[in-house]
Design a protein around this ligand. Structure first.
Ligand code: F6R
Length: 591
């Protein structure tokens, strides 16, 4: 998703500032640009593609005291140079960068005297600012009374040197403060090495940086006193550490991430607030998330039912938003899962529950994220920075965190006495330990196929959903996931001898049934591969991938990891970039 880095202060090298923008690359983008305000004129560069292309346009000695820069992930308007940000108004009076969506841009456009050059929603705001031409923060707030939607927006007026306006609603925005130097960014990670303190800009806040001071007003034009936060985030070295891609690096980091998860939970007694008596207050546990995070929630429902013997449900965030408030269960505990902690649909779902004063937990990988800040409790996943768009190690940590959450609530031991810590440590020893050559050979075969199907029962069905999503994302091979028992109720019609079918059988209770469903596909010519923890099948056939874990609640961690490695290798075979799948972004900050 779009990222912004803006700077106002003493002279800095433009390249230094664009380097900060590089820290937002993990969000995914397809074009980039910047504008410097120099002697009442904008100096602007835009490119399609990577920041390296933008860097090539910066001259060695180029410096800036006032700069706005942006990485764009196209939503309204195709990806091209004109649609890249910053957007300048017709007479170059205003320059704007924006993350979010201006929902009423068509109505505003109708009011404009001049048609903006670009068809994007943001270009309309630049033009609108030129026509309204606010000369103070109060007037800037008035302009925004007419703008609806989500925005982290920074604007410069060519007539106001050393001045920066900003507005925030729903999209993340932070201001790093280093003496008399200021940086506005979508993620405080940009401030590491620049500032030791920062401010969190909240929804409905509007501000100006001028005369080396920040002034922030709410929509009623009342001044807001902001708390200064200490920057405790170190920019982790996001090098690939010798791996060709982040996705592979992150899969190979799963063992370490799980150890970290256990150590953090133990040393900080993270699960202590979620004791049995706390959980007993609720009739039901409801998980909400998108994509892979939703799948973690679905898996969570099985953990809750199995370990806590409690009712549980999982919702896709955007679907949850369609539910009438009257159907929200006031006796349920809601857990919002999000790697980034910024996903707009999940954030809105959280707000919907908060409005009814129902307790909320955020299960996130980014402690300073909006979802972490808004929820009543935070349960951290300790995966470390995940850069590749497709989620891998974060998913594994989400499952382990929910598992330990349930086990702690059940057995009330928040230290080593609780067996779950040992169990997860044990998984960490097995997780990166599989026959890579075998999976690579399988990847060679799958790479030539048009489609794939994944089947399983109960937890294995959830694994099927997640593995199918991962394969689609990074290989563009169409795939679907079916509950094993459902295959014969429709999908069998699609099976040909060209169809690879992956059957997950990691739960003794259901293995034979899933194998029977796989047999039905085999009888119709499908190429069947079985991923199983059953020793009985282990060496029976070369198309069997053995998962060395008898606890059926934890075998999905191992099965998912192997299949992530498969998806990665299919992507490589097809000459694709698994780190940045087409059309996808990492932190989806728009609905
Ligand atoms: C899949 C993937 C996405 C995310 C989804 C939610 O590999 O990465 O499906 O899981 O966009 O993102 P977060 O977890 O950041 O809320």
């Amino acid at each position: 998703m779009c990222g912004i880095v803006c700077y106002l202060g003493s002279e800095r090298k433009t390249a230094y500032l664009i380097d900060k923008l590089k820290r937002l690359e993990y969000r995914g983008y397809d074009s980039a640009g910047y504008s410097s305000l120099i002697k009442n004129a904008f100096y602007t560069q835009k490119v399609v593609g990577k920041l390296e292309n933008l860097e090539k346009l910066i001259k060695n000695d180029e410096k800036s005291t006032c700069l706005i820069s942006h990485t764009r992930w196209a939503t309204h308007g195709e990806c091209n140079k004109i649609n890249a940000h910053p957007h300048l108004s017709k007479n170059n009076f205003w320059a704007v960068v924006h993350n979010g969506i201006i929902e009423n841009y068509i109505n505003i456009k109708k009011e404009l005297k001049d048609e903006p050059q670009s068809t994007t929603d943001t270009a309309v705001v630049a033009e609108f600012l030129e026509e309204r031409n606010p000369k103070s923060l109060e007037e800037f707030v008035d302009v925004f009374k007419e703008i609806k939607g989500s925005y982290a927006l920074v604007a410069l007026s060519k007539n106001e040197e050393n001045t920066m306006y900003f507005a925030k609603n729903k999209s993340p925005m932070f201001i790093g403060v280093s003496g008399e130097d200021f940086m506005i960014a979508s993620d405080p990670i940009c401030f590491s090495g620049f500032a030791k303190e920062y401010i969190i800009v909240e929804d409905g806040e509007f501000g100006i940086i001028k005369n080396k001071k920040i002034l922030i007003l709410n929509s009623e034009k009342i001044q807001i006193k902001k708390q200064i936060q200490k920057l405790e985030i170190e920019f982790e070295n996001s090098s690939k550490a010798g791996y060709p891609h982040f996705m592979l690096k992150e899969i190979m980091e799963e063992a370490g991430a799980l150890e970290n998860q256990v150590n953090t939970f133990l040393s900080r007694k993270i699960l202590k607030p979620f004791s049995k008596s706390f959980i007993d207050e609720f009739d039901r546990i409801v998980f909400v998330g998108c994509g892979t995070a939703y799948h973690a929630g679905l898996m969570g429902t099985h953990y809750v039912k199995e370990i806590l013997q409690k009712n549980a449900d999982a919702y896709i965030s955007s679907e949850f938003l369609c539910e009438k408030d009257t159907f929200l269960d006031k006796k349920a505990l809601y857990i919002f899962i999000s790697q980034s902690g910024e996903t707009a649909d999940t954030l809105l779902a959280l707000e919907k529950v908060k409005k009814l004063k129902i307790p909320t937990i955020a299960l996130t990988n980014v402690m300073y994220s909006t979802i972490s800040r808004r929820a009543d409790y935070v349960l951290p996943t300790c995966a470390g920075k995940e850069i590749a768009v497709a989620s891998t190690k974060a998913y594994i940590c989400q499952l382990s965190a929910i598992y330990m959450f349930c086990k702690n609530a059940k057995y009330e031991y928040f230290d080593e006495k609780n067996a779950c810590y040992f169990e997860i440590n044990n998984i960490s020893k097995k997780i990166n330990n599989f026959d890579r050559e075998k999976i690579k050979n399988l990847a060679n075969l799958i790479s030539t196929k048009q489609e794939c199907v994944f089947i399983g029962k109960a937890l294995d069905y959830v694994t099927s959903l997640e593995c199918s999503l991962k394969l689609k994302e990074v290989s563009y091979i169409n795939s679907c996931a079916y509950p094993s028992g459902e295959l014969k109720h429709g999908y069998l019609a699609m099976i040909t001898k060209e169809t690879p079918l992956f059957a997950f059988a990691t739960n003794e209770k259901f293995n034979l049934k899933t194998i029977s469903s796989a047999e039905e596909a085999l009888a119709r010519g499908a190429m069947v591969f079985v991923i199983t923890s059953s020793k009985e099948f282990a060496n029976s056939n070369q198309n069997v991938i053995y998962i060395d874990e008898q606890n059926s609640l934890l075998s999905p961690l191992l099965a998912s990891s192997v299949m992530q490695y498969l998806a990665y290798n299919v992507s490589i075979n097809k000459n694709l970039n698994p780190d940045m799948p087409r059309n996808l972004a990492k932190s989806v900050t728009v609905e």
